[in-house]
Every structure is written in structure tokens, then in C-alpha cells.
Design a protein around this ligand. Sequence first.
Ligand code: ZN
Length: 287
Amino acid sequence: MTHLTRRSLLLAGTSIPLALEATGLQGVGQPAEPECFELLTGRRLAATIESGRLALLPCGSLEYHGPHNPLGTDSLIISGIAERVAIRTNAVLLPVVNFTHCPAHTASFQGTLSVRPEVMTLYFEEILRSLTGAGFRRILVLNGHDGNIGPARGAISRVTAEVPAASILLVSWWETLPSDEMVKLDLFHQANGGHGHGGPLETSAVAAFHPNLVELDRARDLSPPPDFSAGFPYYLEKSAAEGWPGYSGLISEASAEKGKRIVAMSEDRIVELVQKWLEAPTLPGSW
Ligand SMILES: [Zn+2]
């Protein structure tokens, strides 16, 4: 394990939020690897809880993402982002939740493994309750898959209602990169900035971490999805999408280099949000 100084990290272009240092969550001697929950001894866990550290739970999926992307695309992306966010926020990194709920329009594709949403709500609830039972009070749920949002929110509501002083933050990585900003970056030439299931943005992100797992030449470009943004969030789910091949967009525009840029932006934004969250413990939740 290499220990890097703050200066060497800055020289390497890695941003370190100053306020996080001030909170004692991060600073000189930042490790090159995250501390993984499953590697902690019982003694070290007790010391970790004592110091009030954050727990980071990454959530992904096993889901068809087109002929060109690995089935674990969401899990691979969120694991990559979570490792770096854990290092930068001094969080204890939990194993990724892989078996999750997938919506009806991807469930019929070969390779999608889906768990019913009500089961996932209870499952997330048990994980979060166990973490609070171990003594963690601040938990960051980093999400890589749309189907996790509903169940995770239900579970978070249950656990925060029953555990005093619990504070649980849920962030979906792709939501840190709004479409209009992605359009301005000019990386992908479609109205939604490259977003979409198995699309160029997501394909680039998985290639950033695992370039050898992506087979760009296995997917043809699809006509860019129509601009379906309404300028405000909404949720639409259908039982099937006739003729849809299980991915979207101009796949030939994807690349590992673009992916590295995208995930670095997302990581910076997540770290900044975590910093604000930890600095304002008396603030209510989303209000
Ligand atoms: Zn995905």
C-alpha cells in the first residue's frame, strides 16, 4: 500500500476538499486503498465505530446491458466509484449488493437476475439495520442502478425512523451528471447527453474501470433517443418496450477516456455532497 502526501495527490491532479481535512475525515497519509469491512478484525471494527467513521454501501445489479457490456455493469461502475469515494471520505467500504430488483423492460433479457422490489426493500432494511446495530450512525448508500432507488428509499425510511441519530444518504452516481451539463461537455451527440440504459455514457463509465470487458464492436449504433426530458424529474415504467434491443444510443461514441472523465466528475460531486452532509448534522433530510 502506497502512502501519498497531500502534495503528491495535488500534483497528481486529485482534488482534496479542504473542509474534509478540517473535519479530520481525510488528510495527509491518505491510503491508496479503501478499508474494506470484510477485512476488519473485530478489534479494528470496534475502534472504527469509536471514531465515528462513515460506512459506504455500494448497490449495483446483474442485468443485461446490451451485447457489448458486462452483466455486472452497474455493480462494476459503482464499485469503482465507491472505492475512490471511500478513500477520499475515510469511509469503511462494504461489499457491493449485486442481486437486486430490475424493472420489467430489462427483466426479459437473458442474463438479467431480478429480485422482487418488496424483497429488496426488506433486504436493504436488514443490511442497514445490521450496520446501525454494529454502531454505524452515518451510512452512505452509493447507487449504480435505477431499480434500487425505490426499495432503498423504503428501507432508509424504516431504519432512520427506528434508530436514534441515524443519518443515511442515498446518491445515484449518474444523477450527479445532469443531461444538460453532459450535452455542454459535447462528449456524446444525443439530446440526453449520452444517458440511457447501456448507452454511451454508461458504456464509457464501465470501460473506465474495465476496458477489457467492453466489446464496442458487438453493438450497432441506435438512433439517439428522443429528447424526453421535461425539465423536472419523473418516473415512467412499462411492462415491455417492443423492439427495444436492451440498450440505447450511439455506442460508437463510448470510450474509456471519456468514462474516466465522467466518473471523476461524479466522484468529485459525491465527495462534495458528503462533506456538506457531515458538516451539517442538525439539518433535516430532503426538505
Ligand atoms: Zn446500468
